[in-house]
Design a protein around this ligand. Structure first.
Ligand SMILES: [Zn+2]
Length: 429
């Protein structure tokens, strides 16, 4: 078999494309492959698809392809330009690449696979591309995935805020709680931010939302009430966020008491901060004894902690009526604790009680999106080099969007070269 024929088959090229020349430069570690179109071949106008004849050929272009053994492989071609009676002179695109790309589809898919496994810098080392090139592959993959994605609103939504870069800058992350994916990332955490998401959908589609889990954050509530019919019955305050509010109150009690104790030279509470923030069952074995001892000392902090722990049982109830009764008792206890932060937290919760109790109808939490949040945290750490918010959003959607990211390559290669099962599956579908 001649080298040109070998590459014709390796690349899976069909008429009118033929490999006309192959050069190996072992010293430079590369294989260059020249591809030409058959003269007299029939083309279609890329705009309207009607038959069009060749006008001329554009300058030679080079595409980076998958390696041949250890050698970087490059495809060279001059793409024909055709003339259409209606659209004039138009550039025909190469079947092995997307217009404007310097990589073949298979190479892009390889980079996508690498990017899924490591950060952008790692991908540049493993894939042999530049930083910006790897980013543009990620960006294109996300665009591809989003354009393929069916436009529909999830039944169960999770709305979460996420800080970006400096603490006072936020993003709103909208999740599909059923699929466990990020639907979109919106700038800021204002009412308008979330409204921007709802606005894409018709009244009827919005009607289909069954429930929305969220933090007790007024702008999210306002946006949801504005757009989602029957929002009052559908908003569910995330139980973990509710508990967090009370846990923060416990921490305030501890800080205040610790200060007073220290002023008297007592150090009982020193180094105990995290014990009071933990759920009872999460306190490490080796600190349990110490923790029990402090709890017996009748400190205010221990009382606040007990109030917090008992609130957690609220979500064990099956029926909202019983849960409401339990809350009433809990509320009485918390508000008679003479612990200001606890009283304040209890009052906040009481003000929001109807949408805490909606949990018993819908039984959703943001735990899914909290899980995604920790994934997002990893993404953030992986790419300290996020140069802007767009990159941050792109990376979140790339890793957590559940998108179909791969370029479809079967059209020109058959499936023999398609090593990515993902794109193959979709090509068949
Ligand atoms: Zn045309």
């Amino acid at each position: 078999m001649r080298d040109t024929e070998l590459y014709q088959q390796l690349l899976g090229l069909h008429d009118p494309w033929t490999v006309t020349n192959v050069e190996l430069n072992a010293a430079a570690g590369r294989v260059d492959v020249w591809v030409e179109d058959r003269s007299g071949a029939k083309w279609n106008c890329p705009e309207c698809g009607k038959k069009a004849s060749v006008y001329d050929h554009s300058e030679e272009r080079i595409w980076r392809h998958l390696n041949t053994c250890q050698f970087g492989t490059y495809i060279h071609a001059r793409l024909p330009r055709v003339t259409c009676p209606e659209h004039g002179v138009r550039q025909v695109s190469a079947p092995w690449a997307e217009p404007g790309s310097r990589f073949t589809l298979l190479f892009e898919n390889r980079i996508i696979t690498i990017l899924k496994e490591c950060d952008v810098t790692g991908a540049t080392h493993l894939g042999g591309t530049g930083w910006h090139e790897a980013w543009s592959v990620m960006d294109k993959a996300v665009h591809r995935g989003r354009s393929r994605k069916e436009k529909r609103i999830p039944d169960y939504l999770g709305i979460d805020e996420k800080s970006f870069a400096k603490r006072y800058r936020y993003e709103t992350v909208v999740c599909d709680l059923t699929r466990g994916t990020v639907e979109c990332v919106l700038e800021d955490r204002k009412q308008e931010s979330l409204e921007g998401y709802y606005k894409q959908f018709s009244k009827e589609e919005l009607h289909g939302i069954k429930a929305v889990a969220m933090d007790m954050w007024d702008p999210y509530m306002a946006a949801t009430k504005e757009f989602v019919p029957d929002a009052q019955k559908k908003i569910v305050f995330d139980r973990f966020h509710v508990i967090r509010q009370v846990t923060e109150a416990v921490d305030q009690v501890r800080r205040h008491e610790h200060k007073l104790l220290m002023a008297q030279g007592e150090e009982f509470l020193k180094g105990t901060k995290h014990l009071w923030l933990m759920n009872k069952e999460h306190i490490p074995e080796w600190r349990k004894g110490e923790f029990e001892e402090i709890r017996k000392m009748k400190l205010k902090t221990a009382r606040a902690w007990a109030i917090k722990e008992s609130l957690r049982h609220l979500w064990d109830y099956r029926y909202p009526k019983n849960a409401a009764k339990y809350f009433k008792r809990w509320y009485f206890w918390a508000t008679h604790s003479r612990l200001k932060p606890m009283i304040k937290a209890a009052k906040t919760l009481k003000g929001h009680l109807p949408n805490i109790l909606t949990y018993f109808k819908h039984r959703i939490t943001n735990a899914v999106s909290e899980g995604l949040n920790s994934k997002i945290q990893t993404i953030k750490q992986m790419a300290c080099g996020f140069r802007n918010r767009d990159h941050y959003r792109t990376a979140i959607l790339f890793h957590c969007g559940g998108l179909d990211l791969y370029a479809r390559v079967s059209s020109y290669t058959g499936s023999s070269l398609d090593t990515t099962t993902c794109s193959m599956a979709h090509a068949k579908a």
